[in-house]
Design a binder for this molecule. Structure first.
Ligand code: DQA
Length: 193
């Protein structure tokens, strides 16, 4: 039996750890899924996918500067991410583009069709106010990921416009960083640490 007081302190510890509050529609979907009588209607509501977006030159992973970015290719990362997301009960939308506008269009698409965005903006991270503005308009959790640790590299990589809009940032862990991002995103969307 959990007392009200201890439930309250667990909740406040949770909100200190994860200040992002999941939108009510996620809670509603969960209710519908679990057959909770509080579900508004009898119909099944699907959980929105996690958008995983990748910027310029990440299509060359595996052969591009492997001493910095590793040997795992982007399709391999995609498969690992899909598997990890599935483990948490999520689908993914996984995309890569060398064009800034594509990334902006996909971030805007995620406002309606996604539950959150995991973004490796690659070089646009350090230059794009347009991507920053799109992220600010998202109102969903955002995890910034980099395979390398930009802070330990050239000074022009130390500034990130994405970080200013991100809920959390994961750098320097290679492909593993994408999987940690999926774990964090699932917890954020479900409202659980
Ligand atoms: C990167 C780091 C960026 O500075 C760089 O421009 C990239 C890849 C990374 O994943 O480590 O293209 O985002």
């Amino acid at each position: 039996m959990v007392s009200r007081q201890s439930q309250k302190s667990t909740n406040s510890a949770r909100s200190r750890l994860f200040p992002y509050r999941p939108p009510n529609d996620y809670k509603e979907r969960n209710r519908a899924r679990s057959g909770d009588p509080l579900a508004k209607s009898g119909k099944q509501i699907k959980t929105l996918p996690i958008y995983v977006l990748n910027g310029p030159t990440l299509n060359l992973l595996g052969t591009r500067e492997p001493e910095i970015y590793g040997r795992t290719t982007l399709p391999e990362i995609r498969n690992l991410v899909a598997e990890r997301a599935d483990h948490h009960g999520f689908k993914i939308v996984f995309r890569q583009s060398n064009h800034e506008g594509d990334l902006i269009d996909w971030i805007q698409e995620a406002r309606v069709k996604g539950c959150g965005v995991i973004l490796n903006g690659a070089a646009y991270t350090h230059t794009s106010i347009a991507i920053y503005d799109a992220l600010k308009a998202l109102a969903k959790p955002i995890i910034e990921v980099h395979l390398s640790n930009p802070h330990a590299r050239e000074p022009f990589r130390h500034r990130s416009f994405v970080s200013k809009a991100a809920t959390g940032v994961i750098v320097g862990l290679g492909a593993q960083g994408y999987l940690s991002a999926v774990d964090a995103m699932a917890a954020l969307v479900k409202g659980k640490p």
